[in-house]
Structure formats: C-alpha cells, structure tokens
Design a protein. Sequence first.
Length: 254
Amino acid sequence: MAKLNPNSLPELTKSMFLGQQKWSASNWDDTLKKHSRDAEKLLNKIKIFDLWKEILEIKYGGVSNELIPEIIMDAYISVHFACMGLYKQANVCLRAQLETALRLVHFSTHSIEFKWWKDGIVDQGGQEWWGKGYDYFCRLEEVKAFEKASNQALFNVVKKIYKILSKYVHSEVPSFQTTQFRLSPKYKIDLYKKWSDNFKEVQDCINTLFSLGFSVEFKARNTNDQKKILRIIRFEKFKKGLRKSLPLKFKGRI
C-alpha cells in the first residue's frame, strides 16, 4: 500500500491532518515524560478483564463475549485519548465503560432483555434496564451483604463517579476541552491527574461489582485469581467487605 502523501490531500483535510499529527505527538511526549509509570499501572488494570472473560465465558459467554471486549476497548481508548490531551473524550469513554459493565451484570440473568437491547426493539425512554437509582443492583443479596460488611454504600460511589463523568458527556462548562485562547488540545498535569483518578475509581467500581454480581464464579476460582482481582481495587474497605461478605477463604493482606 502506497504511503500517504499529505500534499495530495485537499486543503482543509491537509491542514487538519498535519495539525493533528503535530499536537498529538507533542502531547504524547509531554504526557509520557511525566506519567509513563502511571500509564503502565492503568494498562495493567485493563488486563484483568481477560481474566473476567475467562471466568464468565462458560456460563455467561453469550453476554460476556460481546460486552467484555467493549469494556476493554473503552478503557484502552480512554488511556489513548488522555495521552493525546483529549481529556473530555477520555472521560466520556470511562462512562461508557462503566455503563457497559453494569449492563453485563444485569443482562447476564436477563437474556431476553439482552436480545431486545441488542436488536433495539424496546424504547426505555432514557431509563436504564436496572431501574431508577440502580435499584436492581441494590436489591441483590450479595450487594446488601457487602455493604453491611464494609459499611460502604457501593452505589453511592458508582453514582458519584457516574455524575462526574456525565459532565463530560453533556459538556458542562468545567468539563470543556477548549479555552478562550486555545482550541488545540494541550497536555495539562491537573487534567491528566483528574482523569487518572476517575479511571482508577471506575475500575474499583467495576471489579467490586463483578465480584458481587458473579460471586459464585468468582469464589470458584483459585486463590491467585481472586487476589489478582482484589489487587485492582484500591479501597481497603472494599477489599475487606468482599472478603468478609462472600466470604473468601485465604489469609493475609492483598
């Protein structure tokens, strides 16, 4: 295949292409000079979904084989956008990842609704399948036991991070990607760190939710696999809550 010659492009397309190449390369350089170790840790968090795919494929393969690749790709693209300085888009991807993870847990036991959702034949009128205020998940016995054991309301955390990410989706002013004096994206340490914190919190929520929503399959795994998943979660109260409520039969800190 012949190499692209930018000079062969129409005027506006050429200008966009060359400008994008320039600011993208600059932002990648600036980001990785300061945050390569952090980016490596975030990418390692994404690898855990390969394990989840393996855990779920026997019983829930019809749903998980379709949704887990989307969960993985949303996370990867979020990292990619953040390294380009596209923090708004990076956070939008995180909301999509969280939504897809919630759908995976719900649809794993609602195969008919999953088909309706895929076929687009049911109009929920903007309402998600799990009801107002995450009602479906809050009724799960595993979630109730976890919250009692950890003294943490999991879906208050989910609600909080979802609200933060939604500001980027709806372009609320504090989440704009442009400024009065600059249109092209630029690496900014504070925006990177804010996105990175959001990324970690989303992975905390998803892995906690999966551990509870698929508790039978999670508990059936060996201790090493259980520990791999728990290590993704930063909050000690979440880890302790999972170990106590499921319960998990291994000793020592994670």
